[in-house]
Design a protein around this ligand. Structure first.
Ligand SMILES: [Zn+2]
Length: 418
C-alpha cells in the first residue's frame, strides 16, 4: 500500500465535470482508506489536488457518512490538523457464498471485516428454484437480526462455483448441477430483495477480495489460487479481473498434467483437479486404506473410511501421519507444477494461495511453493512472491461482499495506481 495514487492529467482534462468530481472523490476516499489517520493537507499533498477541492470533497464524504474526523494530528508549525479515517461501520455489504453443501452469509463493514456470519445447509443439487427461497431467507434474516436500515446496505454480492456472466448475473454453465446453467441469479434475487445484487464466480470474487482487502493490496497483477475440494483460480491483470471470453478464465484445475491420467468431471483426462485437488487426495487415501495402507485417517473417521473428509486427511497430516503427509506433499508438487506453468504464462508479481489444502497444511503449501519456484522459468520463478490468503477460509464469502464494497472505492474513472 505504499504506492501513491496520482492523476494522469491528460485523462482528467478530457473528462467532463461530473466524471472529474467522481474521480477526485474516489481518489480522496482511497487515500483516507490507505493512509488513515490522514489530514486534509496530507490528502491534498498525496493527491496533488487543490486543498480547497480536497476540503470540499472531505465535507461531502463526512456528510454522507463514509469518512469521519478522529482527533488532532501533530502540528508541522501551525495549528494541529484534524485527522480523518474511514467511518467503517457506516455502511455494510452482504456477502453470500454458495458452496457444495451449504450456504455462507455475512455482513461486513466498509473494510470487509466480517461483523456477523451464518452458515446453513443448502442442497445445491436441488436446483436454483428450490434453493432461491433459502438464499433470500438467509439474506433477510442476517440483515433483519442486525437491525440495519436498508439504505446502509451497499449491496449484496453472491458467488457461485462455476462460470458466471457478471453483467447479467447469469450462471453460464453447470454441467453437473441441473437447472443452474442459464439461470439468472441476479434478476431472481433482485425481484425478491430491495438491494443491488452482484454475481460472480467464487474464485474470481476471492481474488478481488484479496486485492482490495487481503494479501494482494497494492499489487496490480497477481493470481489467486484456491486449493480446496476443487482447484480454482482468479486472474487479476492491471487491476482488473481477467474473465476471458465466456467468463471461464482461471479454471486452473483443468489444465492437463498427465496425458494418461484418469478422467476428470469436466470430461477431459489427467486434469490437475482429478489428480491433486482435495477431493482427489481424499479419494486416494480411501483407496489406499482399502489396499492395506497404514494411516491414522481411518481411526480419525471413527473406523468408517467412507466418512474420511479432507479435514480428516489434513488433521492426520498435522499429526505427522506419514502416508497422509506423502499424499498431500505430492498433491502440492502437482499444484506447484501447475503454478510454474501459470508463472511462465502470466509472469505475475504475486501468487496468493487459498483454500483448505494451502491454509491448513504447511506440507502442501511449502511443496507447492518450492516446486513452483524450481519449475518456473528461472527469471520468472526466482523473485515471485507466493503467499497465503489473508481472507482465509472466508475468502469466497468476503470476496462476495467485496463485489458490493468496491463500488464505493472504485469508479469507472478511477485511475490505476501509478
Ligand atoms: Zn478437468
Amino acid at each position: 500500500m505504499s504506492r501513491m495514487i496520482s492523476l494522469r492529467s491528460g485523462a482528467v482534462r478530457k473528462g467532463n465535470q461530473k466524471l472529474i468530481k467522481s474521480i477526485n472523490r474516489n481518489i480522496i476516499l482511497n487515500i483516507v482508506r490507505e493512509y488513515a489517520p490522514v489530514s486534509r493537507a496530507d490528502a491534498a499533498r498525496i493527491s496533488r489536488l487543490y486543498p480547497a477541492t480536497v476540503s470540499s470533497i472531505v465535507n461531502d464524504l463526512i456528510a454522507e457518512g463514509f469518512v469521519r474526523e478522529v482527533g488532532l494530528g501533530d502540528s508541522t508549525g501551525g495549528r494541529q490538523p484534524v485527522m480523518l479515517e474511514l467511518n467503517t461501520g457506516a455502511y455494510l455489504a452482504c456477502g453470500v457464498s454458495i458452496e457444495v453443501d451449504h450456504l455462507r452469509v455475512c455482513l461486513t463493514d466498509l473494510e470487509a471485516k466480517v461483523m456477523v456470519s451464518e452458515e446453513q445447509a443448502l442442497v445445491w443439487q436441488d436446483g436454483p428454484r428450490k434453493c432461491l427461497p433459502h438464499i433470500v431467507k438467509a439474506i433477510r434474516k442476517i440483515i433483519d437480526t442486525q437491525n440495519i436500515p436498508g439504505d446502509k446496505v451497499l449491496g449484496i454480492g453472491i458467488v457461485y462455483p462455476g462460470p458466471v456472466d457478471t453483467s447479467s448475473g447469469t450462471i453460464l454453465a453447470s454441467p453437473h448441477m441441473p437447472g443452474w446453467g442459464g439461470y439468472s441469479l441476479k434478476a431472481s434475487l433482485e425481484s425478491e430483495l430491495p438491494f443491488e445484487i452482484f454475481v460472480d464466480n467464487d474464485a474470481n470474487a476471492a481474488a478481488w477480495g484479496e486485492k482490495w482487502f487481503g494479501a494482494a493490496g497494492g499489487y496490480s497483477s497477481f493470481l489467486y489460487i484456491m486449493a480446496d475440494y476443487g482447484l480454482g483460480g482468479g486472474i487479476v491483470i492491471d487491476d482488473q479481473l481477467y474473465r476471458g471470453r465466456n467468463g471461464g478464465a482461471g479454471e486452473f484445475g483443468h489444465m492437463t498434467v498427465d496425458i494418461n491420467g484418469p478422467q476428470c468431471k469436466c470430461g477431459n483426462f489427467g486434469c490437475l483437479d482429478v489428480i491433486a485437488s482435495g477431493t482427489a487426495v481424499t479419494r486416494r487415501i480411501i483407496k489406499d486404506i482399502k489396499s492395506g495402507a497404514e494411516t491414522v485417517c481411518k481411526e480419525l473417521a471413527g473406523g468408517d473410511i467412507e466418512r474420511i473428509t479432507l479435514d480428516t486427511v489434513l488433521e492426520a497430516v498435522a499429526m505427522g501421519d506419514s502416508h497422509a503427509c506423502a499424499i498431500v506433499e505430492e498433491s502440492g508438487r502437482y499444484v506447484g507444477i501447475g503454478l510454474a506453468n501459470l508463472i511462465n504464462t502470466f509472469n505475475p508479481e504475486l501468487i496468493v494461495l487459498g483454500g483448505q489444502l494451502a491454509l491448513k497444511s504447511d506440507v502442501f503449501f511449502e511443496s507447492a511453493k518450492e516446486t513452483a519456484r524450481r519449475r518456473a522459468w528461472l527469471a520468472f520463478g526466482r523473485d515471485i512472491s507466493i503467499v497465503p490468503s489473508v481472507l482465509g477460509q472466508d475468502a469466497c464469502m468476503v470476496g462476495a461482499a467485496s463485489l458490493a464494497l468496491t463500488t464505493v472505492f472504485q469508479s469507472p474513472g478511477m485511475l490505476a495506481y501509478a
